[in-house]
Design a protein around this ligand. Structure first.
Ligand SMILES: [Zn+2]
Ligand SMILES: [Zn+2]
Length: 620
């Protein structure tokens, strides 16, 4: 319910304007002002009634200032707004430009509740960056005027079914045929992890004779109507008339989730949006996420085994337990063999930040992991091990052979560049270190003429024309305390696979590990992650973690107050994780959203509380 704005003096003038029995048109507006969460009601002058729409950007008076805002709802004082005292309302000053469609405004209201966010954040994501006075006419093309292509029959069938489907295609296969096939049936919205890939795909689609809008810059063209609207994650908020299907390319990719709060995920918005519209949503990935599989009860549309095999580069798992210098060196004999081939361009990936000390059995070399959740365990002292993910404790003995002789795996990171150079027979200056790019700073240009690179996963995004990617220590990723650790590792390997798939000389991904028997790694080597997925599904179910339950992470000043408040809700389970941070679990996403909404509104009345809420946190 909106709060009414009162300003003495103007009150009386609006009363005389409306008259006793006249019906007044009222617009409910969310101000574009940081920190203002409420919506406010305003009168719409007769002259403006025909030019104002839900979603429009307007100018309104608020607290003795004129500010911009968006129209959330329009109604009149005889029906929708019958409980509003119109004599206390001010007028909308001006309609500034067009904004999200009614459909998107409703989608934003839903997302606002589910991700415990502010409505304003969703309006920002779904509005044009410049003022749009009128929408251009539609630019649809006739399928007969487009270039011929081989339609993907599974896509055509899935679009016809009008519900959510998961399509599995190998990392080396491009998604163009999928998009063309869907667009043949009607206007399509495509979400792809990076804006770069969106632009490339748009160019390719235009070449085929389709009209394309690239988000966010073509906001108005998209809203006018085109064959394909494409962009990175925020494209899911594009206003598109007569939408026929939505395609999410690489739905497993974390780039589709907003990092700031509200931490909405384009895949989840896409599924809900398609459901509301009664149209098809196609989730495409070489390694479908557990959330996507949960949506379709595990049903996956895939191509024949031989075809799929041709869509993957070789992924070779290197078992570090078999190596002589197993505990001290990251350079396996297989890696050294690669390094000595000076024709190959090689990227070595090692995430240095937050590296934990891993323990392995000194006898059988098995990595020491939690028997409940699989995370790497650490020594608690006094012969006891502890799991940082689920807090399970057990005696410090090897699960494989019972030996009590455990060794710390020391990877000599600092000397790595020299070691690599020596093994490769190159000068140290010829081994390029790639650091993560820092936001706001322009990247230091990488010397793309060199052949050997070492760095964090950022290297996968910054080096071109790669023949071999080596994960020096994938165990750090797989066994990290985050509950989605193995899915995140999978995303990394798929990035690498895509990179080397373009290599002219037998692209290769080398994965060094102590966990060679892990279902994830065996699945990657054989391109079939069925076993991994079912293992991981049962583990998540056992621990009531997404996609089975819902999860939120709350952090910041005053989080204890909010946590106490949340604990009184029997549908929620609250646990403290680190300083100033708690995890909230619920059986269903709706229970979580309702619980958070109730508790956050009552707790934030205190000015001392400033907390950040991340629903479905990607890295918890
Ligand atoms: Zn052992
Ligand atoms: Zn555990």
């Amino acid at each position: 319910m909106g709060d009414s704005v009162t300003l003495e003096g103007i009150q009386s003038s609006s009363q005389t304007l409306i008259g006793r029995d006249a019906v007044a048109v009222i617009a409910r507006v969310v101000p574009d002002v940081t920190g203002v969460d409420k919506v406010f009601d305003y009168l719409v002058a007769d002259a403006m009634v025909h030019e104002i729409h839900v979603g429009d950007r307007v100018r309104i008076p608020l607290h003795r200032r004129n500010v911009a805002g968006w129209v959330v709802a329009i109604g009149d004082s005889s029906s929708q707004f019958s409980d509003v005292d119109e004599s206390r309302l001010l007028h909308v000053i001006k309609v500034l430009g067009r904004g999200p469609s009614l459909e998107i405004v409703q989608l934003a209201q839903w997302a606002c509740h589910m991700w415990a966010g502010r409505l304003r954040a969703f309006f920002v994501a779904s509005s044009p960056s410049t003022l749009v006075a009128t929408l251009p006419g539609s630019r649809y093309t006739q399928p007969s005027s487009r270039k011929k292509f081989d339609a993907d029959v599974q896509v055509v069938a899935a679009v016809g079914l009008k519900h959510t489907s998961v399509l599995r295609r190998g990392p080396a296969s491009g998604p163009r045929a999928l998009v063309l096939s869907a667009a043949q049936e009607g206007p399509t919205l495509v979400v792809i992890p990076t804006i770069n890939r969106a632009r490339l795909m748009a160019a390719s689609l235009r070449e085929h004779g389709l009209s394309v809008a690239v988000m966010p810059q073509d906001w108005a063209i998209a809203a006018g109507g085109v064959d394909v609207v494409i962009g990175a994650r925020s494209a899911i908020w594009a206003s598109v008339p007569s939408l026929h299907s939505i395609i999410v390319i690489d739905e497993h990719d974390d780039a589709l989730q907003e990092e700031r709060s509200p931490s909405w995920h384009a895949r989840d918005i896409a599924v809900h949006r398609a459901e509301q519209l009664g149209i098809a949503c196609l989730l495409v990935s070489p390694v479908p996420s557990l959330r996507a599989l949960h949506h379709t009860s595990g049903v996956v549309l895939k191509v024949g085994t031989e075809v799929e095999k041709s869509q993957w580069p070789e992924i070779r798992i290197v078992d570090r337990r078999l190596d002589e210098r197993w505990a001290s060196s990251l350079l396996s004999s297989e890696l050294i063999e690669q390094l000595r081939d000076h024709q190959r361009r090689i990227v070595c990936v090692l995430n240095v930040k937050g590296r934990a000390k891993l323990l392995a059995c000194g006898n059988c070399r098995e990595l020491v992991r939690c028997d409940i959740c699989d995370a790497a365990m650490s020594m608690l002292g006094l012969g006891e091990l502890c799991c940082p993910r689920c807090a399970h404790k057990r005696p410090a003995v090897c699960m494989g052979c019972g030996s009590g002789k455990l060794a710390v795996i020391k990877a000599g990171v600092s000397r790595l560049r020299e070691e690599l150079a020596a093994a490769a027979g190159r000068r140290v200056e010829d081994v390029v270190e790639v650091a993560a790019s820092t936001a706001g700073k322009s990247d230091v240009e990488i010397d793309q003429t060199k052949m050997l690179f070492v760095g964090t996963e950022a290297a996968l995004h910054r080096v071109r024309d790669v023949d071999t990617v080596v994960f020096l220590d994938i165990d750090q990723e797989i066994s990290a305390p985050r509950y989605r650790a193995s899915e995140i590792s999978l995303t990394l390997v798929i990035h690498a696979a895509r990179l080397v798939a373009r290599s002219g000389s037998q692209g290769l991904v080398l994965v060094q590990t102590f966990l060679a028997n892990h279902a994830l790694l065996r699945g990657l080597a054989s391109h079939d992650l069925g076993e991994f997925t079912s293992d991981e599904m049962s583990r998540r179910k056992l621990m009531s973690l997404p996609p089975f339950g819902a999860l939120a992470q709350l952090s910041g000043k005053g989080v204890d107050t909010v946590a106490d408040n949340l604990r009184s809700n029997v549908l929620l389970q609250v646990s403290a994780t680190a300083q100033d941070s708690v995890l909230v679990k619920a059986q269903s996403w709706n229970d979580l959203a309702d619980g958070l909404a109730a508790s956050l509104t009552s707790s934030t009345t205190s000015k001392a509380v400033r907390i950040k809420t991340q629903v479905d946190p990607p890295r918890a």
